[in-house]
Each structure stands twice: as structure tokens, then as C-alpha cells.
Ligand binder design. Structure first.
Ligand SMILES: [Zn+2]
Length: 311
């Protein structure tokens, strides 16, 4: 890694990155847990290590890097991240280090969803806080929760495999096998998830932040409404009244709860709709989760499908 960084520093003046060196052990730094899960599977059987920046307790929507996270980045032979609309806090550090990075949003032939109004407001706020990206508005903003679409993820795995093979030719065959296995695991989980979620297609789901649109698009599910951290925080008075009405009517019967959700909002929801079913989901995953991406995806599908069964 050091060698790689040194070569790059030397060549930086001519704008060439020479991180295509064979190294003893590849260090992959992933921005969020689902990308780390992919990396762990791909590195299996090699001496490679995966480090993750957002551990599942923080939000990737705008944060600042701790010194320890910066140190991790400096060790990276390859950085896996989603893209600047999500991790604007990574843009500057990546241009400084740039030993090699692969954004999920740069995966070829994927269909991005435009950002929702709420997402756009958040992006603008975060960009102001971190002092980045005035050009954002000109480019148009995109929903960046791409890791929740297994089709996009499979395509990305192919790109990551190729990057690893370039860096570590000795283990090329291993990466090829691991990628084949990982894609087959994802396809299997996807098929099971499809079966589980089909009966949910008619159920408008209440979500806590609009993380789910790629998964909903993939499985034909519908977002019924969104409630955030505390009701006052991000919903106007009119839409709160509307949401209350729909909850009282029993029109929204299933909430996708997330670990970060504040109990205060749960109390509010329970008071309005005591029979609301709650699915414990985890759209960001956790750094401690060891089951791998395919199992994590299936966990989400199971949680959502159980939400209906309790009715
Ligand atoms: Zn999110």
C-alpha cells in the first residue's frame, strides 16, 4: 500500500494513478456496511482486509470524518462508496488520496431515481455544512440508496472484482470465484425475497426515511407515507394532519422501523394507531453484521413480509 501511495504521489503531477500494482494484501475501505459486506465476500481466502467508515450508528447523509476514519482512508488500496450525492464528506478526502475508488453510482447501465424533494433539501443542507458542491444543483440530484437494489449491486460486484484483480493479480482466480459465488447468493436471496414480498405489493408502507425506493421499485412495493424522526421535524402541519387521518383510518398498517428511530415518534404513532404493525428493518446494515449482503437483503424482505402476517 505504501508503495502504491508513493508511486501515486510521484506521478500525481502528470495526472496518472498507478494503483494497478500487485500487492501482498489488499485493503478495501467501504463507506457503509452493505458495501463492506460485498468486499468481505470478495476478499475471502485472501489476506485482504475490509475497513468500514460509517459503522451503522452514524448516518451517511452528511458527516465529518474522524481522525481514525481518515487514517483508514490513508491505508486504502481501493475505496468503495456510493457517490457524492450521499457521501459528499468523502469527495475532498478522495481527491487528496485517490489511490483508487469505485462509486456505486458509476456502475454502467443502471437506472438512477431522481432525488425526492426531501432528499434534495437534505443534500443542500449537508453541502452547505460541509462546504462542498456548488455544482450539485446544476447536475441534478439523485436518490443514492442504490445498495437496496440487488440488480445494481450485482453489476457493481463485477466492477469491484475487476478492480481487485487489477490490484492483486496473484489472487485473480480467487476474486473471480468469490464474485461468482456472491452473485449467485444474491440471486438466490432475491428470488426468495420476491416470493416473500409479492403479497405485500398492495400494502402501502409507512417508512421513516426515503431509503427504500430502489427496493420498492425492484419488488413492486409502494411507499404509502413517510414519517421522520419526530413528526414536527420534517413534515408540515397539513401533512401531519393527513398522516394522522390515514393512520386512524387504518389505511397505513405497516411501519418499516429503523434502529436510529427516536422513541418519541414511536409513542406518537402508537397513540394514533395502536394496531400499527412494526417491521424492524435496517436499511443501512451494521458493521457488526457477519451474515453477508445476500442474507442481509433477505432479512429486510423477511421483516417487511412479517409486518403483514401479524395483521
Ligand atoms: Zn438514507
Amino acid at each position: 500500500m505504501l508503495y502504491c501511495a508513493r508511486v501515486f504521489a510521484f506521478l500525481a503531477g502528470v495526472g496518472v494513478s498507478l494503483c494497478t500494482l500487485s500487492v501482498q494484501a489488499v485493503t478495501v475501505v467501504a463507506s457503509i456496511p452493505p458495501l463492506a459486506m460485498l468486499s468481505q465476500s470478495l476478499l475471502q481466502g485472501t489476506n485482504g482486509v475490509t475497513l468500514v467508515l460509517v459503522n451503522g450508528k452514524q448516518s451517511p447523509h452528511g458527516m465529518s470524518l474522524l481522525p481514525s476514519q481518515r487514517a483508514s482512508l490513508e491505508k486504502a488500496d481501493l475505496v468503495l462508496w456510493v457517490g457524492e450525492d450521499l457521501e459528499s464528506w468523502l469527495v475532498k478526502p478522495l481527491t487528496q488520496l485517490k489511490c483508487g475508488q469505485l462509486a456505486m453510482r458509476d456502475t454502467s447501465s443502471i437506472q438512477l431515481l431522481p432525488a425526492t424533494a426531501v432528499q434534495q433539501v437534505k443534500m443542500r443542507q449537508k453541502a452547505e455544512q460541509t462546504g462542498s458542491d456548488e455544482h450539485h444543483q446544476h447536475q441534478g440530484a439523485w436518490d443514492m440508496h442504490l445498495w437496496l437494489d440487488p440488480t445494481i449491486v450485482q453489476a457493481y460486484v463485477g466492477h469491484v472484482r475487476d478492480e481487485l484483480m487489477m490490484r492483486d493479480a496473484v489472487n485473480a482466480e480467487r476474486y473471480r470465484q468469490n464474485a461468482r459465488q456472491l452473485i449467485s447468493d444474491i440471486q438466490q436471496a432475491d428470488a426468495q425475497a420476491k416470493q416473500l414480498l409479492e403479497p405485500m405489493q398492495t400494502e402501502p408502507l409507512l417508512v421513516m426515511h426515503d431509503a427504500w425506493r430502489y427496493l420498492f421499485r425492484h419488488y413492486g412495493l409502494t411507499q404509502g407515507a413517510m414519517v421522520q424522526k419526530t413528526p414536527e421535524q420534517s413534515i408540515g402541519a397539513a401533512s401531519v394532519a393527513q398522516l394522522e387521518q390515514r393512520l386512524r383510518n387504518g389505511e397505513l398498517r405497516c411501519l418499516l422501523r429503523e434502529p436510529q428511530f427516536e422513541p418519541k415518534a414511536m409513542d406518537w404513532l402508537n397513540a394514533l394507531a395502536p394496531n400499527l404493525n412494526v417491521a424492524m428493518t435496517d436499511p443501512l446494515g451494521s458493521a457488526n453484521y457477519s451474515g453477508g449482503y445476500a442474507a442481509w437483503l433477505l432479512d429486510q424482505a423477511k421483516a417487511i413480509s412479517n409486518c403483514q402476517k401479524r395483521q
